[in-house]
Design a binder for this molecule. Structure first.
Ligand SMILES: CC(C)(COP(=O)(O)OP(=O)(O)OC[C@H]1O[C@@H](n2cnc3c(N)ncnc32)[C@H](O)[C@@H]1OP(=O)(O)O)[C@@H](O)C(=O)NCCC(=O)NCCS
Length: 176
């Protein structure tokens, strides 16, 4: 990995961010099912100063997308999406992205910043703790499947063919 720059997200990063998200998240499972082009665009449109990317000479290494507000609270920031390409993990890049996003959200008026971490995502939990986040309320999704349908759980909703195509394309794409 070459020298890494952490820079504000631009329109030209949209495609790379979307594809990196498709590679990093299991968008068939909670809490990643809402990952989409509109999710990225809405964040960048609403709070561009809280959206940052990490790049090196080879291309996009990671991103963070934040926003005001969380759960109707105008004074709560939401650090909702962060992901790094495999080659950038474990090197402190995530912490710099978190810091830039949090700085922007505090500057925009947030009195606190919320992030949610899926319970088995130990890498994300450890990284968030190291960056000043502490566990608040724990919410567990209880799932009741329709007994008349064979699909086992809402954590794996029916596949959207368009998204499946995008995900396959993203996996086949190297970083830009
Ligand atoms: C979450 C993510 C951005 C963190 O970036 P990172 O570079 O891996 O973070 P760091 O290496 O700085 O910190 C990860 C910590 O978890 C540890 N860790 C990594 N993988 C782990 C695993 N499978 N189990 C337990 N701990 C793990 C690391 O050793 C490190 O611990 P430390 O703080 O004691 O050094 C990155 O892992 C990622 O992109 N994951 C996929 C997308 C994702 O899950 N995003 C978060 C939800 S939106």
């Amino acid at each position: 990995m070459d020298h890494v720059d952490i820079i504000p997200m631009q329109l030209s990063h949209l495609d790379g961010v979307l594809n990196l998200g498709y590679r990093a998240y299991d968008v068939d499972a909670m809490p990643y099912t809402s990952w989409s082009l509109s999710t990225v665009a809405v964040h960048w449109d609403a709070q561009p100063e809280a959206c940052w990317v990490a790049v090196d000479d080879e291309g996009l290494l990671g991103f963070v997308l934040g926003s005001l507000s969380y759960d109707e609270r105008e004074d709560w920031g939401y650090l909702e999406w962060i992901a790094l390409d495999e080659r950038a993990r474990g090197k402190g890049v995530a912490s710099v992205l978190v810091q830039r996003c949090c700085d922007a959200l505090f500057a925009a008026g947030a009195s606190r910043i919320i992030t949610d971490v899926e319970s088995s995502n130990q890498a994300s939990a450890a990284m968030m703790r190291r960056n000043g986040f502490a566990e608040g309320v724990t919410v567990t999704l209880f799932v009741r499947p329709d007994p008349d349908k064979s699909a086992p759980a809402a954590t794996h909703p029916p596949r959207d063919p368009a998204r499946a195509r995008l995900r396959r394309a993203a996996r086949a794409t190297s970083t830009r």
